[in-house]
Design a protein around this ligand. Structure first.
Ligand SMILES: Nc1ncnc2c1ncn2[C@@H]1O[C@H](COP(=O)(O)OP(=O)(O)O)[C@@H](O)[C@H]1O
Ligand SMILES: [Mg+2]
Length: 246
């Protein structure tokens, strides 16, 4: 079953063709990595999938439903969650409050429910359990801006998971992390339910090859290669780009 179908999607910014007829199919439960040098259009493609950017042309379907022009919150309700290349947390909230907010947003009944003591208790237990699951429970009372950058990236993924998404988009979750922090993010991804579909932008080849079922490579707004690890490693255009840039 196809989780995500991107069909001939284009996006122009003034004279710049950020996306030129991109077509991509990701199956349910697949772990797909998107590679490509800076400026290739990877983040813009994520924006068109999440709804932050409307494509100039083409069509995007999520589990068979046309979402091309749907509002971002409607897409979230269909099971889409994403993290950002630059972290997108509220710096003054505690980790626990951030998780409570994410859970409220995910269930759509946020503040009313938290307003009742029993409702608060059940959301609180859920938040605690999720922080424990993702190895963040020790940071629950801390204010987000005092966390290390690595912990912030981990938290961001944990928050995206609060709504139990069916499709998770991760934009360079390991960028700027130490090798140890990178390992933690990689093991988080390994620990995700096998039926969750993941599309992840990654610049680190080792991480990409470790996690990917299939890899797609973008360059200058185009999809230039798609395949498993062996096919990507053997692709002359891909190796040329990676020896030449990044
Ligand atoms: N909002 C925008 N306005 C104008 N140009 C943009 C905008 N967003 C991205 N671009 C341009 O689109 C191209 C692709 O950018 P981006 O999707 O961020 O690439 P990547 O994530 O692969 O590094 C770049 O040339 C970038 O400058
Ligand atoms: Mg980017």
């Amino acid at each position: 079953m196809t989780a995500l179908a991107v069909e001939n999607v284009s996006k122009n910014f003034g004279g710049v063709s950020a996306l030129a007829n991109i077509s991509l199919n990701v199956s349910r439960g697949e772990r797909r990595i998107l590679l490509g040098p800076n400026g290739a259009g990877k983040t813009t493609l994520f924006h068109t999938i999440s709804g932050a950017v409307t494509p100039s042309g083409g069509r995007i379907t999520l589990f068979g439903i046309d979402i091309t022009r749907l509002r971002p919150d409607r897409r979230a309700r269909l099971g889409l969650a994403r993290t950002f290349q630059i972290t997108n947390l509220f710096p003054r909230l505690t980790v626990l409050d951030s998780m409570l907010l994410a859970l409220g947003g995910a269930s759509g009944h946020s503040l009313q429910l938290i307003g009742s003591p029993s409702g608060y208790r059940s959301e609180y237990d859920k938040a605690h359990q999720l922080l424990e699951q993702w190895d963040l429970v020790g940071t629950a009372r801390r204010v987000v801006r005092t966390l290390s950058y690595g912990e912030q990236r981990q938290l961001e993924i944990a928050l995206a998971l609060a709504g139990q998404p069916r499709l998770l988009l991760l934009d360079e979750p390991t960028a700027g992390l130490s090798p140890a922090e990178t390992r933690r993010v990689v093991s988080m991804v390994h620990a995700l339910p096998r039926d969750m579909t993941i599309l992840m932008i990654e610049h680190d080849m080792d991480v990409a090859f470790e996690l990917a079922d299939r890899i797609a490579v973008m360059h200058q707004g185009r999809l230039i290669a798609e395949g498993d690890q062996a096919a990507i490693r053997a692709n002359k255009q891909v190796t040329d780009i990676y020896l030449g840039a990044d």
